[in-house]
Design a protein around this ligand. Structure first.
Ligand SMILES: [Zn+2]
Ligand SMILES: [Zn+2]
Length: 311
C-alpha cells in the first residue's frame, strides 16, 4: 500500500499533514496495564475520548479530524449522561423495556439541546460545517425538529444524502440512539444480519476480537453503535462468500486496521483488529485511519457506509 497523500472529500479539504504521521500504534508513555486499569472505570464515551486524545499525539495525519471528533464526543458524552438520567426517571414509572424503540416517533423535546450542539460545531468545526451550523441556527426549533425527524425515519423514508445535515442529525441523535438501544429488549436469531438488528442502519466498521487462535468478527452500527457477530468471510455489502473475491489489505503504518474489500460489489469496510492492538477503540481507530480510506478509494472501492465525520 502506498504512502498517505491527501485529505479526503467533503468537509476535510485541507491537503496538509497526511504525509507527516508515521509513528507506531501503541508507543506512548502510559503502560498498557495502567491504561487497561483506567478503562475499567470509564464509560464507552470516556474510553473513546481518551483514545482520541492518545491518537491525536501519535497520528499527526489525523490531528485535525481527531480534535474535531473530541469536541463532538465530549458533547455526546454529556448528552448521553443527561438522557440516561431522564430514562431512569421515566422507566421508574413505566417499568417496561421496549422491543421496538426505533419505530417510535421522535419526541420534540429532544430538540432542546440541538441549539447548543450547533454552537459547538459553529465554534469548532471545519468551514463548511460552521457555515451550515449558522444557517441551521437561523432556522429555529421547528426546522430543527423536522431535520432530526427526517433522519430518524430514514430507514423507512430513505436516508438523508451525505453532507452537513446528515452529520448534524446523526451526531446529535447518536447518544439517544445508543441509550435506547442499550435499554431495549431486541433479540434476533437466524442468519447473520447485514443491517443493525436494532436501528436497521448499515454497519460503519468491523471489529476482530481475540477468540482462541484467531479473531471473532463483528460489525458496529454506524448510528446506534450496536455490535453484532458477523461471519468472517462474507461481504457485508452484497453477501459475497468467495474468499478470492474478498481481498484484505493492511498497511505497515497501521497494522491493526484492515481494509476489507469486495470485488463483486466494489465496496469496502475497515475492521479494527483487536488481536493486533488491545488498546484500540474501534470507532476512534477507524476514524483515525483515514489514509486507508484514501488508498481504498483510489483502488476504486466505495465505502459501505461513511463514518460520523462523513469520511
Ligand atoms: Zn443501530
Ligand atoms: Zn460485496
Amino acid at each position: 500500500m502506498s504512502k498517505f497523500e491527501h485529505y479526503p472529500r467533503r468537509f476535510w479539504t485541507s491537503s496538509r499533514a497526511l504525509r507527516a504521521g508515521r509513528r507506531g500504534t501503541d508507543n506512548h508513555s502510559m503502560s498498557n496495564r495502567s491504561i487497561s486499569r483506567r478503562r475499567k472505570t470509564q464509560n464507552e464515551w470516556q474510553r473513546r475520548i481518551a483514545r482520541a486524545e492518545e491518537l491525536c499525539a501519535q497520528y499527526r495525519f489525523a490531528g485535525e479530524i481527531l480534535r474535531f471528533y473530541l469536541v463532538i464526543a465530549r458533547f455526546q458524552e454529556n448528552f448521553y449522561e443527561e438522557l440516561g438520567r431522564s430514562f431512569e426517571r421515566s422507566s421508574a414509572g413505566a417499568g417496561r423495556v421496549d422491543s421496538e424503540p426505533f419505530r417510535r416517533p421522535l419526541h420534540p423535546e429532544l430538540t432542546n439541546r440541538f441549539e447548543s450542539f450547533l454552537s459547538v460545531v459553529e465554534q469548532n468545526g471545519p468551514d463548511q460545517l460552521r457555515e451550515a451550523a449558522r444557517e441551521l441556527q437561523d432556522g429555529g426549533d421547528d426546522s430543527h425538529f423536522q431535520l432530526l425527524k427526517v433522519f430518524w425515519n430514514g430507514t423507512e423514508t430513505g436516508p438523508l444524502p451525505p453532507g452537513p445535515h446528515d452529520f448534524f442529525a446523526c451526531a446529535f441523535l447518536q447518544p439517544y440512539a445508543a441509550g435506547i438501544r442499550s435499554r431495549s429488549s431486541v433479540r434476533w436469531s437466524g442468519p447473520t444480519p447485514y443491517r443493525c438488528p436494532f436501528c436497521k442502519r448499515k454497519p460503519g466498521l468491523g471489529v476482530l476480537r481475540p477468540l482462541g487462535d484467531g479473531g471473532q468478527r463483528s460489525l458496529v452500527c454506524s448510528f446506534c453503535l450496536a455490535e453484532w457477530e458477523f461471519r468472517r468471510i462474507v461481504c457485508p455489502g452484497c453477501g459475497e462468500e468467495n474468499p478470492a473475491k474478498l481481498p484484505v489489505y493492511t498497511a505497515e503504518e497501521l497494522k491493526h486496521v484492515r481494509v476489507e474489500g469486495c470485488d463483486s460489489c466494489r465496496s469496502y469496510i475497515k475492521t479494527v483488529d483487536l488481536t493486533k492492538s488491545g488498546l484500540a477503540e474501534p470507532i476512534v481507530d477507524e476514524m483515525a485511519s483515514i489514509p486507508l480510506d484514501l488508498w481504498a478509494q483510489k483502488q476504486g472501492y466505495a465505502k459501505l457506509q461513511c463514518n460520523l465525520l462523513q469520511l
